[in-house]
Ligand binder design. Structure first.
Ligand code: G3P
Length: 217
């Protein structure tokens, strides 16, 4: 399972990279705005800064919602760095853009996916990644994990190579359950990754070991 961090915060990206388990980064316009990154040139520079911190894929989202605009923006983003994956929303024009980028060898991440049917379309259009937002489904009393399981089943039935990127991860149990189902990738905040570290028996066990060492030395 690949671990992506879902943020545009450079310090957090560095921290996750230093942990040694980071495979990539996902961003979106809201996450960029949260970091105060505004204006086209600053946004493009920020993507390059992120690529220079991590070794893996960095999803950069288009703002246009029409086919021509998505193609124009996506090609510009893809030219920034070979780690860039163009993030395209799951709308009708987006499906056309996914197919265009597939045909032109540009990698894509189909975002804002909330149903198995949408995920099937993304795979048919050749998306590199599909991003079902499980936390936002949970928010409206719909089981996000069930969607991951459905997509896994459908993709395995037909051998689709699109990678399931479980997004809108909110906590460690989302990660663990996505791993059990077989999501290819998860993207979540640093807190969800670091949360995997924690166990009170680890802390008390280590405390005891260190105390016993001190007694004998
Ligand atoms: O990767 C998708 C993500 O950015 C959305 O997360 O927490 O805003 O639902 P959230």
């Amino acid at each position: 399972m690949k671990f992506f961090i879902d943020t545009a915060n450079l310090d957090q990206i560095k921290e996750a990279q230093d942990l040694g388990v980071l495979d990539g980064v996902t961003t979106n316009p809201s996450l960029m705005a949260k970091e105060g990154v505004k204006g086209k040139n600053n946004i493009l520079k920020h993507y390059v800064d992120i690529c220079n911190i991590v070794d893996g894929d960095v999803s950069a989202e288009v703002i246009a919602t029409d086919f021509e605009g998505m193609v124009r923006e996506g090609e510009e983003l893809a030219e920034l760095h070979d780690q860039i994956v163009v993030k395209i929303p799951m709308i009708k024009e987006g499906v056309k853009a996914l197919k265009y980028f597939t045909d032109h060898g540009i990698r894509t991440n189909c975002t804002l996916v909330f149903s198995a049917g949408q995920a099937l379309l993304a795979a048919k259009a050749g998306a590199t990644y599909v991003s079902p937002f499980i936390g936002r489904l949970d928010d409206i009393s719909t089981d996000g994990l069930e969607l991951i399981a459905d997509i896994r089943l459908i993709y395995d039935n037909y051998g689709f190579e699109t990678q399931i990127l479980a997004a809108s991860i909110r906590h460690t149990m989302h990660i663990i359950n996505c791993a059990k189902i077989g999501a290819d990738v998860m993207t979540g905040p640093l807190s969800s990754i670091e949360g995997l570290l924690k166990h009170p028996l680890t802390d008390s066990g280590l405390k005891q070991f260190l105390e016993d060492y001190k007694k004998g030395n």
